[in-house]
Design a protein around this ligand. Structure first.
Ligand code: APR
Ligand code: PHB
Length: 394
């Protein structure tokens, strides 16, 4: 088998890169370990920055998002009972975010790829990239018990945090930066109307809480819990009771509860590898970096990596600008680190850290209060939340 760009992983990063390249007449083949249903069964993020929204439009997969997605011009911070509105639209000179679930983005990208007749091999086992440092890169995999070899010009490792791409790079060629937080997020999905028309990020002495949504009838709520906690300890009733405790009274009184459709605990982690490239193989999205979800940056960073790689490959194939290939990592990392910083900061400001002494606790409270009481501070939060600009590829 042969293709121009072999893509490992059919998550949002792999599918979006595949769609943009396909539309530009560049041949791709995607190898995915799981089935389509498994990929769509994962409940992930739900806030799209304007840059990602525009990229989805450019890829021609925005029709349903533009009809069903909810444009949000702000969000709410609830700080130990006090409520502050962060007016994204005014503070950023007109920018907004789009509330549209990653599951739906993935569903739309899968449909577009099917319609375009571009190939994805699902349930591809033992995917391994080879020859990345040579002029003969290829990927081997097993499908239905048979072993295959896929020859290619380039490999895009879009296979998430646990994927094979990063693990195939010799350890001495990568530098790892990591922080593991001493808590996780317990999330539930429910068919209930949202408690508020915008997202609410709540800091409380018992721990952080977030009220998010997927649509006017479907909500996604989160609670900070210890890493050692287990979903079995959380009946729906206990979840709703704890959420009400952590919200300002006016919101708690409005909260509509109902049976959960999904309930899971995700650990919080900051992680970056440098560089995001090894010869002819490029790491994209979660394969190269993880952020704690507090800033809603994970999916959006995957999109900005895709944009960078797509624009570089376009110039490589159309103008033979092979000099750009080695710039991929440095261009991505500049934006990645800014989002890592913002996600770490939002996490630090809004969560309860049991190991913090009383002084550190007050400093964190005071820092956030300074930011929200100052217009410059609110602008900084808003500018980062809507997403920093994508760098032009020249
Ligand atoms: N071979 C083939 N496919 C693989 C392999 C492998 N060895 N390992 C993982 N995959 C697949 C996974 O099954 C998954 O479908 O790669 C895909 C990676 O998708 P994601 O984990 O969703 O990562 P990414 O596309 O980078 O999406 C960005 O943003 O909101 C965050 O973490 C959230 O998933 C989200 C991410
Ligand atoms: C979500 O809706 O899942 C979500 C929203 C905002 C975040 C994190 C997660 O910061």
């Amino acid at each position: 088998m042969k293709t121009q760009v072999a893509i490992i992983g059919a998550g949002p990063a792999g599918l979006l890169l595949g769609q943009l390249l396909h539309n530009a007449g560049i041949d791709t083949l995607i190898l995915e370990r799981q089935t389509p249903d498994y990929v769509l069964g994962r409940i992930r993020a739900g806030v799209l920055e304007q840059g990602m929204v525009e990229l989805l439009r450019q890829a021609g997969v925005s029709q349903r998002m533009d009809t069903e997605g909810l444009v949000h011009g702000g969000f709410e911070l609830a700080l130990d009972g006090r409520q502050v509105h962060i007016d994204l639209h005014t503070l950023t000179g007109g920018k907004t975010v789009m509330i549209y679930g990653q599951t739906e983005v993935t569903r739309d990208l899968m449909a577009a790829r099917r319609e375009a007749g571009a190939q994805t091999i699902y349930q591809a086992a033992k995917v391994v990239p080879h020859g990345m440092k040579t002029d003969e890169a290829f990927v081997t995999f097993e499908k239905d018990g048979e072993t295959w070899r896929l020859d290619c010009d380039y490999i895009a490792g879009c296979d998430g945090f646990h994927g094979v791409a990063r693990q195939s790079i010799p350890a001495e060629s990568l530098k790892v930066f990591e922080r593991i937080y001493p808590f996780g997020w317990l999330g539930i999905l429910a068919d209930t109307p949202p408690v508020h028309d915008e997202l609410v990020y709540a800091r409380h002495e018992r721990g952080f809480a977030l009220c998010s949504m997927r649509s006017p009838t479907r909500t996604r709520y989160y609670l900070q819990v210890p890493t050692s906690d287990h979903v079995d300890n959380w009946s729906d009733q206990r979840f709703w009771d704890e959420l009400k405790t952590r919200l300002p009274q006016a919101l708690a009184d409005k909260l509509v509860t109902g049976p959960s459709i999904e309930k899971s605990i995700a650990p919080l982690r900051s992680f970056v590898v440098e560089p995001m490239q090894y010869g002819r193989m490029f790491l994209v999205g979660d394969a190269a970096h993880i952020v704690p979800p507090t800033g809603a940056k994970g999916l959006n960073l995957a999109a900005s990596d895709v944009s960078t790689l797509f624009n570089i490959l376009l110039k490589v194939y159309r103008e033979n600008r092979v000099d750009l290939l080695e710039k991929y990592s440095q261009i991505c990392l500049r934006r990645v680190w800014k989002a890592e910083r913002f996600s770490w900061w939002m996490t630090s400001m809004l969560h309860r850290f049991d190991e913090h002494d009383a002084f550190s606790q007050r400093i964190a409270e005071s820092e956030l209060e300074y930011f929200i009481d100052s217009e410059a501070g609110r602008k900084t939060i808003a500018e980062n939340y809507v997403g920093l600009p994508y760098e032009a590829i020249e």
